[in-house]
Structure formats: structure tokens, C-alpha cells
Write a protein that binds this ligand. Structure first.
Ligand SMILES: C[S@@+](CC[C@H](N)C(=O)[O-])C[C@H]1O[C@@H](n2cnc3c(N)ncnc32)[C@H](O)[C@@H]1O
Length: 152
């Protein structure tokens, strides 16, 4: 069978075992149809190509593409990590944090206190790796955890 090019990757050991209490994200779930579909969708809503850069592929391959884009080497003021599964969430948080400017905001989606799997577990594990003086937990809105990067 051909590997899906979009949507979720195959679930890892930390994405299963919720006994139905948490959503499941099988391979290929939530695919919007790939980069061509997404580009057409943006055009339909008059979003200028000049304001958007798309990097196709799973994490971390798409981050590699970003790294090799000479026009996009700057840091971020805002980042949203919303990929549901444990492994890509953990990798994305590790990748994005050093690229966030001091004073920047990171939103980590799908954070449910006490959930031992999926993005929640990855966010919890990642938070433990970041020095408390370097980050400020601004708030939790629904399941969106907002974290500020300190001006240290
Ligand atoms: C809940 S959706 C959120 C999308 C977007 N933030 C939104 O609200 O429309 C999760 C997205 O993560 C993407 N995703 C999941 N695993 C991924 C991975 N390993 N690499 C790249 N994208 C992934 C899926 O394709 C899906 O579009």
C-alpha cells in the first residue's frame, strides 16, 4: 500500500492505550488532500502566495525544507504546534522553541492535563526540558496551552 503523503503518520507507542478516552489518529487521518489542494484552498480565499510558505512532508522532513529555504531563515514571533500525535509534537516543540524570539508566543494544542499519551504527554515531557526562567505559562484555553518565551 502507498504511504499517505498527508494527514497523520503512523501512530507510535505513545499514541495508543487511551481505552477510548482519547481520540485516535490512525495513519492518513485529517489529510486535507495535500499541498496542491491546500494551495488552491488559499487562492480561493484570496490569500496571497507572497504571505505564505508551505513545506510539504511529515515532521521533521518539512522542517528540513524550511531550513534550506534561504528566504525563511528568521525567527518566529508566534508558533502553533497542532499535530496531535506524541512523536511529531515532541519533535516540533524541540525544533520551534530555539527559533522563537524572546517575547514570542508558542501555542501547544491538544493539551489535556493528566492525559498520558498523544500530544499532551509530549507537551508535558517537553515542558520539563525547558528551564522555568525561560518560559512563562500564560494560560490554558480549552486545550490550547499558551507559553511565552522570556526576555532573558
Ligand atoms: C488537528 S489538525 C490541525 C491542523 C490545523 N492546526 C487546523 O486547525 O486546521 C492536525 C494536523 O497535523 C498534521 N500532522 C499530523 N502528524 C503530522 C506529522 N507527523 N507531520 C506533519 N504533519 C502532521 C495532520 O495532517 C493534520 O492536518
Amino acid at each position: 500500500m502507498q504511504k499517505p503523503i498527508a494527514g497523520h503518520g503512523s501512530p507510535g507507542p505513545k499514541d495508543v492505550g487511551g481505552r477510548g478516552r482519547y481520540p485516535e489518529y490512525p495513519e492518513g487521518k485529517l489529510s486535507c488532500g495535500g499541498i496542491d489542494w491546500f494551495q488552491a484552498h488559499l487562492a480561493k480565499h484570496d490569500v496571497s502566495e507572497r504571505n505564505v510558505s508551505l513545506y510539504e512532508g511529515f515532521i521533521p522532513d518539512c522542517f528540513e525544507l524550511y531550513e534550506h529555504d534561504p528566504e525563511r531563515s528568521g525567527k518566529f514571533a508566534f508558533a502553533l504546534v497542532d499535530v496531535d500525535q506524541y512523536e511529531p509534537t515532541r519533535i516540533a516543540l524541540d525544533w520551534v522553541w530555539p527559533r522563537l524570539n524572546p517575547g514570542g508566543i508558542l501555542v501547544a494544542d491538544d493539551y489535556v492535563e493528566g492525559c498520558p499519551i498523544l500530544a499532551s504527554a509530549a507537551i508535558r515531557a517537553w515542558l520539563d526540558t525547558v528551564c522555568e526562567t525561560e518560559r512563562e505559562l500564560i494560560g490554558l484555553e480549552d486545550t490550547q496551552l499558551m507559553i511565552g518565551k522570556a526576555f532573558t
